[in-house]
Design a protein around this ligand. Structure first.
Ligand code: PHE
Length: 339
């Protein structure tokens, strides 16, 4: 029996050497020290021993058990330490790696310039008005002195929802909404999206943006119109900026003008950008037609006003020297990130 006990101890030591994980170790412990284990099996034979042998073997058996338990505990500690080490290695972070750069959003150039224009007008005491993009024929055309068979309608074809409801072709209809709801003095701008049946090219898009301006009060003259436009353009493009008015026709203003701005590219000498003109067309303007005032319940004998409508895209393109309008709608980050 003594021999058997010593064999178990030797066997245990040999097995322990080979073990490489905690589960195997637990199996070994059960195999030797468990209720049905090898050591237990030997101890069961103790009853066959003589009274003298029993304490000797008993003592030895205890010692063997304690030794094996201690060895197993050592091994367990070793394995746990190795495991922790391995985990630490795997979780190691490299603090010298470059960080993740957060991408910061910013305003689209159209919105950035729109905000700038709004600020300029707010500074001149204007309010900001809004009107519907899906509009009645009456507001988009008829009240603006464009009856159903007026030839000028042809240049502003659009999508008709019904015979008298359409996608607005201009922000000028907001003039009518404002004048119907508010009596002079009126000083508003109305920025917004407009729609026309135009083919897409470098300077045309079926959806674009206009900013309408309307001032109605006693004694408003063409000089107020020119002064306001001059101020706007100087604020937008710098003090060297010059504007030029050319006679034109709009059914809802009289007199009417097209307003050009000195070509930022050549400074007036004439280049490909301004097609040799020295000026580029920016907007339509004029004195509000007496009929339009009357349509809105404002007495043209007492009040007068001016209005203009500028294409926001044109302003953005002039400001940044963009030569193709499509770039503003394509959402190509390589383009947008430049602003
Ligand atoms: N609504 C006109 C256009 O789209 C511009 C305009 C506005 C002209 C106001 C005169 C007065 O062409």
């Amino acid at each position: 029996m003594k021999q058997q006990l010593q064999n178990i101890e030797l066997m245990a030591k040999a097995e322990l050497e080979k073990i490489s994980d905690l589960a195997e170790l637990e199996n070994l412990r059960i195999k030797i020290l468990g209720k049905k284990g090898e050591l237990t099996a030997i101890l069961k034979q103790m009853s066959a021993l003589t009274a003298e042998e029993r304490p000797v073997i008993g003592q030895l058996a205890n010692k063997v058990r304690q030794d094996i338990e201690a060895d197993i505990a050592d091994k367990a500690a070793q394995l746990k330490a190795a495991l922790a080490q391995k985990k630490l290695q795997a979780e190691k972070i490299d603090v010298t790696l470059p960080g993740k750069k957060p991408s910061v959003g910013k305003l689209h150039p159209i919105n950035a310039v729109l905000n700038e224009v709004k600020e300029i007008f707010l500074g001149m005491g204007f309010d900001i008005a809004e009107g519907p993009e899906v509009e009645y024929d009456y507001y988009n055309f008829e009240a603006l002195n464009l009856p159903p068979d007026h030839p000028a309608r042809d240049t502003q074809d659009t999508f008709y929802v019904t015979d008298n409801v359409l996608l607005r072709t201009q922000t000028s209809g907001v003039q009518v909404h404002v004048m119907e709801n508010k009596k002079p003095p009126i000083r508003i701008i109305a920025p917004g999206r407009v729609y026309r049946s135009d083919a897409v090219d470098a300077t045309h898009s079926p959806i674009f943006h206009q900013i309408e301006a309307l001032v109605v009060d006693k004694g408003i003259t063409m000089a107020d119109l020119v002064g306001t436009l001059d101020m706007l353009m100087k604020r937008l493009y710098g003090d060297d900026c010059k504007i030029r008015l050319r006679p034109h026709h709009f059914p809802f203003t009289e007199p009417s003008a097209e307003v050009d701005v000195l070509c930022f590219n050549c400074g007036g000498k004439g280049c490909s950008m301004c097609k040799g003109e020295g000026y580029v067309e920016l907007l339509g303007a004029g004195m509000v037609h007496p009929k339009v005032l009357k349509n809105c319940g404002i007495d043209p004998e007492v009040y007068s006003g001016f209005a203009f409508g500028l294409g926001l895209e044109r302003i953005v393109m002039r400001k940044y020297g963009i030569n193709d309008m499509r770039l503003l709608y394509e959402n190509d980050m390589r383009f947008l990130e430049q602003f």
